[in-house]
Design a protein around this ligand. Structure first.
Ligand code: ZN
Length: 675
């Protein structure tokens, strides 16, 4: 952090006053907090060192940020087929209502803010439908008062027809209640509101893909990744996302900006990757997508990098269809030295992993890891975002060509800075010793955990020959995330970390162990509405790990839960024993993954990762409420303004951090909406 400050200060002197260079505000002067509502705190993030990029890099960065923002509507539609109409209608009321002081209006404003956070009417994390706290009659009247041209009605749709379309989904609590249903023994496709299937049952969808999947292909495409499965006249077919296909209007604009980006690419490897992505957007051909993914994973010398397209499949109950997302970023060269040490030793970690030899990779290929600075978050990475990403997801590409893994440093910085002094550890950690431990080492060990989860964890192990990568179905994401977490946890406690200079001493890892178990067993429950189960894959995996190890510790008491003044706390009595249990679970989960053991995956996830103790759940939420901490964070992006000369030559990029939350979403809806 200090390093950034010094570099920034030095850079200023290089410019004359008249040129007004970009200047990243310091941590101290930066205002991270934007606003809070419901269970959300909205933050800003800095983009340190953007001023260090060359003019060409800034131009490239700008085009990629535009390509990123153009996909926003796609995600809304993927998250539910009524989302776009609902968002537009709410925004029209929000901006034109005469009375903005009524309780109903305020409730509508809150609902709209939640819709923006979640890119639709289902909670971004739990997948539960939001409850509107304004009445249906208020809503209907408000819609009728909006000037018709503001409603963006489709074709010759009437206002009444619009209302008939969207009021049941907003107000009927029993109609399509879940974005992605994971409940065992239900038709996950029919009961999920996600818009990846239409008129198709789970059995029909599974049969469709079973039929077209070539199980002898050692380099299988990612079946179903970029399409909606629909039934037309009784026939099931894929509606492909591509220029000229589904979502064409958005993808055309994405392509327009990618074409500009390709022209100013940093080098030929990057240019080839961008051009292949353009081709994929135009053809929708999944073989082309794999070629793109390989070109992208091999582009390691560029400083600027990006994700743009249909990427993660968490939103599909069958785990095949990908939601649209984008992150544009550049490498943090100083901090990347940390991850380079990790990736350079990937083979050592693989060889020393406590798993059965037959599931081990003989040779770990091309695991590259870097620390990045995000310049824009978009699609499924906005406004809530991951802090680490590892791609591509295709198993065979990862095995043959490696993967790229990133930790997003400036987002972590925003989280850390915004959390300072919020009283969390004092409330939830057992004693001063744990508080001091986490305070001293917590930022470092949690960053390392992210690095290792992404770079080593996801890249480790192998499937036995002939095992279907989708064999674990709805449990696949949880098992995979659990595997990556366990790998990171296990090795954080290894002396090798100190040897490599990644950790200062053999105490440091305890900070991550303690906070991980406190989170997995207790504090993450703040995100669960009492009475509900855990649905989200990462939350499931964290509880699964913590619960399984807690049960294993029954006799040796490596970790336990203690009650003091009617409040629950996690106490770790023996960190080395705890690590042994982590290793045992890693071996078990690797076996399940490698052999595609669906029954064992189901057993593990359902028994340890899903159910919640309602009383403890309520207690945790009360304690959070007392502290006034919102359990989720979302972000606003900076605004980028390019400066061109009279002939259209790119000169510089201005960055502005002052935009508000509602302001930003309304601007995006105005300038980046084509569906
Ligand atoms: Zn992961």
């Amino acid at each position: 952090m200090k390093k950034t400050l010094i570099i920034t200060m030095a850079a200023i002197t290089l410019f004359s006053c008249a040129e007004k260079p970009l200047k990243t505000p310091s941590i101290e002067e930066f205002n991270y907090k934007v606003e809070e509502f419901a269970d959300l705190g909205i933050l800003r993030y800095r983009v340190p060192d953007i001023e260090q990029l060359t003019t060409q890099q800034k131009e490239l960065l700008y085009y990629l940020t535009e390509a990123a923002l153009q996909g926003r509507d796609i995600l809304y539609d993927q998250n539910g087929k009524y989302n776009l109409a609902i968002r537009r209608t709410l925004e029209a009321i929000y901006t034109t209502a005469a009375d903005k002081s009524s309780e109903d209006f305020k409730a509508l404003e809150l609902y709209l803010k939640e819709v923006w956070v979640s890119n639709g009417i289902y909670h971004h994390y739990s997948g539960d439908k939001f409850t509107p706290h304004f009445s249906q009659s208020y809503f209907e009247n408000a819609v009728k008062k909006v000037p018709v041209e503001n409603l963006k009605l489709k074709g010759n749709q009437t206002v009444d027809a619009l209302l008939a379309e969207i009021t049941p989904i907003i107000f009927d609590p029993n109609f399509l209640t879940k974005k992605t249903n994971q409940a065992a023994n239900e038709d996950l496709v029919l009961t999920s509101a996600g818009n990846y299937y239409d008129g198709v049952t789970q059995a029909e969808a599974e049969a469709f893909y079973a039929k077209i999947k070539d199980t002898t292909d050692l380099q299988p495409i990612s079946y179903g990744l970029n399409s909606k499965l629909v039934k037309v006249n009784g026939e099931i077919k894929e509606d492909i996302y591509k220029v000229g296909g589904l979502y064409s209007a958005s993808l055309e604009k994405v392509v327009y900006w990618l074409e500009k980006a390709a022209k100013v690419a940093e080098n030929d490897a990057q240019k080839a990757a961008i051009e292949k992505l353009i081709e994929f957007n135009k053809t929708g051909d999944l073989k082309t997508f794999d070629t793109y993914a390989i070109l992208w994973v091999k582009d390691l010398n560029s400083q600027i990098d990006f994700i743009n397209g249909f990427t993660e499949s968490y939103g599909d109950p069958l785990g095949m269809k990908a939601s649209w997302e984008s992150i544009v970023n550049f490498k943090n060269i100083e901090a990347t030295k940390r991850t380079e040490i990790i990736s350079n030793n990937a083979q050592w970690f693989e060889q020393n992993s406590p798993i059965d030899n037959q599931f081990r990779k003989e040779e770990v290929k091309g695991v590259s890891a870097k620390v990045i600075t995000a310049a824009i978050l978009a699609g499924d990475c906005y406004p809530t975002t991951p802090i680490g990403v590892n791609l591509p997801n295709s198993n065979w590409i990862r095995a043959a060509h490696g993967s790229k893994s990133v930790t997003i440093d400036n987002i972590v910085e925003a989280y850390d800075e915004a959390a300072k002094g919020n009283g969390f550890s004092k409330e939830f950690y057992w004693s001063d010793a744990e508080i001091a431990l986490v305070e001293k080492y917590g930022t470092l060990t949690s960053n390392l955990h992210t690095d290792m989860h992404e770079c080593l964890g996801h890249a480790s192990g192998k499937l036995l020959a002939g095992v279907d990568p989708d064999a674990l179905k709805a449990y696949g994401s949880t098992i995979e995330e659990g595997r990556a977490d366990l790998f990171a946890l296990y090795f954080l406690g290894d002396k090798k970390m100190v040897e490599l200079g990644l950790l200062p001493d053999n105490e440091a890892f305890k900070a991550e162990y303690y906070s991980y178990f406190a989170n997995g067993l207790l504090t993450q429950l703040t995100r669960i509405v009492p009475g509900n189960n855990i649905e989200e894959a990462h939350m499931r995996n964290r509880q699964l790990i913590a619960n399984w190890v807690l049960e294993k510790s029954k006799d040796d008491r490596a970790v336990e839960i203690k009650v003091r003044d009617n409040e629950h706390f996690v106490v770790v009595n023996d960190y080395e024993l705890l690590r042994t249990h982590i290793g045992e679970l890693l071996a078990l989960i690797q076996k399940i993954k490698s052999t595609g053991d669906f029954a064992a995956a189901q057993n593990l996830v359902e028994n340890y990762g899903v159910k919640v103790d309602k009383a403890i759940n309520e207690e945790i939420r009360d304690r959070y409420k007392e502290l006034n901490i919102r359990p989720y964070k979302g972000f606003v992006n900076p605004i980028y303004t390019p400066i061109f000369d009279k002939k259209g030559k790119f000169l510089d990029l201005k960055i502005d951090y002052t935009e508000g939350y509602a302001e930003q979403h309304l601007r995006y809806s105005r300038d980046y909406s084509s569906l």
